[in-house]
Write a protein that binds this ligand. Structure first.
Ligand SMILES: O=C(CO)[C@@H](O)[C@H](O)COP(=O)(O)O
Length: 220
């Protein structure tokens, strides 16, 4: 269980990782993690350059998006993160990016079809398209929750905007955002070369099951 100080370091690093992975420009995007009591979350401050971001600047909010600890203004997506945490009890981390290829799919109002084994592994099928919504209230959060609830994907591309991804913690949500952009790019390139050839559902199910339950160093 992370201490508050450890969580500040973790959440700050993962926000900076968005820039390191090329998922955001300037100060776009944000990462948060639910705290161990389940009733608060930690998020980056709004509009602070990733080069200048410090653990001490991370902001603690309640699940209504009210600031409990922090000197700076919280991310402009704080209410979206709060809405997701209130309505998706198993979610421990939330990420938002404007990653180029995924945002491009959102601008043509298309879900990302499952034509790659890497998509089946990580998302269990297509990456769904969520509704267009303006920032600043519960609208985006509602769209994310309505789209992802009951869906195997851990990422959604919101129309004309960008990516929201979820996970058991912030690290998992950042991984989802990284993999979302990777498959969005490859699928976009494939689409420019010809007709996308989708993977059959039985194979998608087998790939997803293997990757989610066998892949990697389980319990080592
Ligand atoms: O999508 C938007 C604005 O359209 C925001 O999410 C920015 O991408 C990041 O805002 P802050 O977290 O720095 O307030």
């Amino acid at each position: 269980m992370s201490s508050k100080k450890e969580l500040r370091v973790k959440v700050c690093k993962l926000n900076i990782d968005l820039q390191r992975y090329g998922l955001v420009a300037w100060t776009a995007g944000n990462v948060s993690e639910r705290m161990s009591d389940g009733k608060r979350f930690m998020i980056k401050p709004s509009g602070v350059s990733y080069e200048d971001l410090k653990p001490s600047q991370m902001i603690i909010c309640d699940l209504d998006g009210n600031v409990l600890e922090g000197e700076l203004s919280p991310s402009s997506d704080t209410h979206t993160h709060a809405y997701i945490y209130r309505h998706m009890k198993d979610v421990g981390g939330v990420v938002h990016t404007h990653s180029n290829y995924a945002a491009a799919w959102s601008a043509v109002h298309s879900a990302i079809p499952c034509a790659l084994t890497a998509m089946a592994d990580e998302f269990g099928g297509e990456i769904p398209l969520g509704p267009f919504a303006l920032i600043g209230n519960d609208a985006i959060g509602k769209g994310v929750v309505e789209t992802l609830t009951g869906h195997r994907s851990s990422a959604v591309i919101m129309k004309n905007h960008g990516v929201f991804s979820i996970g058991k913690d912030a690290t998992a949500a950042v991984k989802s955002a990284v993999m979302c952009e990777d498959v969005a790019k490859t699928t976009w390139i494939a689409k420019s070369l010809g007709t996308l050839q989708l993977i059959d559902q039985e194979s998608v199910d087998k790939l997803f099951d293997r990757y989610q339950n066998i892949y990697g160093q389980r319990g080592k």
